[in-house]
Design a protein around this ligand. Structure first.
Ligand code: HEM
Length: 378
């Protein structure tokens, strides 16, 4: 009952109502063999079909196989339901051309024009060791063990072809991606996801999220029906934030902390009206996060699907906590990059620090029984 269909025109895990837990992983391909890469993608697809249906990664399973062979599933999800598991794959710019310009897999001519590394932004503190990657897998589920199990088994099945570059666990979705969902709160204590693009806004999704035929330049039609994924690990300086008066927190965000209403309005879903003036001043301060990211100012929209994280503490008595920001868009340049540039003067910036960055092209969905992740590309 709680299995989300794996097949479809688009990959699951993008407009799927956001689940509670995330295990995100970026990988590098360690072989130059195109055949081995293709073989792995086929194997992954079969395992993903099974695991998203609540089954073991392989047909024999964790405990029914030959006692002299390693099991074809690791076992920790035995007895657990599908738990809304979605697995979403993406291809990084370096899969098409390496940083030193090599075309390892004969894919350079098929690289979408928009699939380029993100530029540097003011205030960035990006650690290259937890950024980039040739491939990524986003695993979301309502049970953390189900998400971890899926990633672990895909990594196991990729042995000899890929190695893990970096990974991120997330809890507590920080967005709603469907009007059916209540808006959750992020670690700053604010409702997050109110004005997000939602699964029900079909026209907006076609305009802002799904890649259309002809979008990516010559050779890139394989991406039609897919989307670009941007990830940013954003640390929140929570100890600083927690000393800030409520009124200043609300002014920095542009919304009320309790109700989530835009400043100057009453209810959460009241419109963000940047022209509304109270006592001679804009009700929503011009340098607030909402004013600067709202489409009126940013000129575009993105689908946000991030998660909170707490990766322990930093050795100086501070929590290493924040938002693992995930955005889907039709083009990174006119999506995330455009909004993030507009956020250069965001009042929120003094409380946050971007520490990792990545961009991936997520192919369209796996459609039929013999289809596999990335077939149209290879
Ligand atoms: C809106 C929090 C980073 C883009 C919001 C809202 C909150 C929030 C509370 C208002 C509720 C809503 O409409 O969803 C945060 C926090 C961040 C962060 C805590 C960092 C830790 C970013 C980044 C981007 C972004 C990096 C993109 C570059 C947006 C957009 C909106 C929004 C597009 C909707 C604005 C509107 O249309 O009214 N954010 N955000 N946010 N945020 Fe962020």
């Amino acid at each position: 009952a709680d299995a989300i269909p794996f097949t479809g025109r688009h990959q699951a895990g993008i407009v799927t109502p956001a689940q509670d837990r995330l295990h995100f992983i970026a990988l590098d391909v360690t072989t130059d063999s195109r055949d081995d890469l293709v073989e792995m993608l086929k194997t992954w697809t079969e395992a993903a079909r099974r695991m998203t249906a609540g089954q073991d990664a392989g047909p024999v399973g964790a405990v029914d196989g030959n006692e002299h062979a390693a099991p074809d599933d690791t076992g920790e999800a035995l007895g657990l339901a599908a738990s809304g598991l979605t697995l979403t794959i993406g291809f990084g710019p370096t899969l098409f051309t390496t940083a030193d310009g090599r075309d390892r897999f004969g894919l350079a001519a098929r690289k979408p024009a928009a699939l380029v590394e993100l530029p540097e932004f003011a205030g960035d503190r990006i650690d290259p060791a937890i950024s980039g990657g040739d491939l990524c897998i986003q695993a979301c589920a309502n049970d953390p063990q189900v998400a971890v199990h899926a990633v672990r088994n895909l990594v196991r099945l990729g042995a000899g072809v890929v190695s893990v570059r970096w990974s991120q666990l997330g809890f507590g979705r920080t967005s709603s991606t469907s009007t059916e969902q209540a808006t959750p709160r992020n670690l700053m204590g604010f409702k997050d996801g109110t004005n997000n693009l939602k699964a029900e806004n079909g026209q907006a999704l076609d305009r802002f999220v799904w890649v259309a035929p002809g979008d990516g330049g010559p050779g890139a039609d394989w991406l039609a029906g897919g989307s670009y994924l941007v990830t940013r690990r954003i640390r929140m300086l929570v100890e600083h934030w927690d000393t800030v008066p409520l009124g200043r927190q609300e002014a920095a965000m542009g919304r009320r902390k309790g109700s989530g209403a835009p400043l100057g309005q009453r209810a959460e879903f009241d419109p963000v009206d940047l022209t509304h003036v109270v006592d001679g001043k804009p009700a929503i301060p011009a340098d607030s996060h909402v004013a600067l990211s709202n489409p009126t100012n940013a000129g575009t929209a993105i689908l946000r699907r991030g998660y909170s994280f707490v990766d322990g503490s930093d050795g100086s008595g501070r929590l290493d906590a924040g938002l693992f920001f995930i955005a889907y868009q039709r083009n990174p340049e006119t999506g995330f990059v455009q909004v993030q540039r507009n956020l250069a003067g965001d009042a929120l910036n003094q409380f946050i620090e971007h520490t990792s960055s990545a961009v991936f092209a997520c192919p369209p969905g796996v459609e039929s029984g013999d289809d596999w992740w990335g077939r149209a590309l290879f």
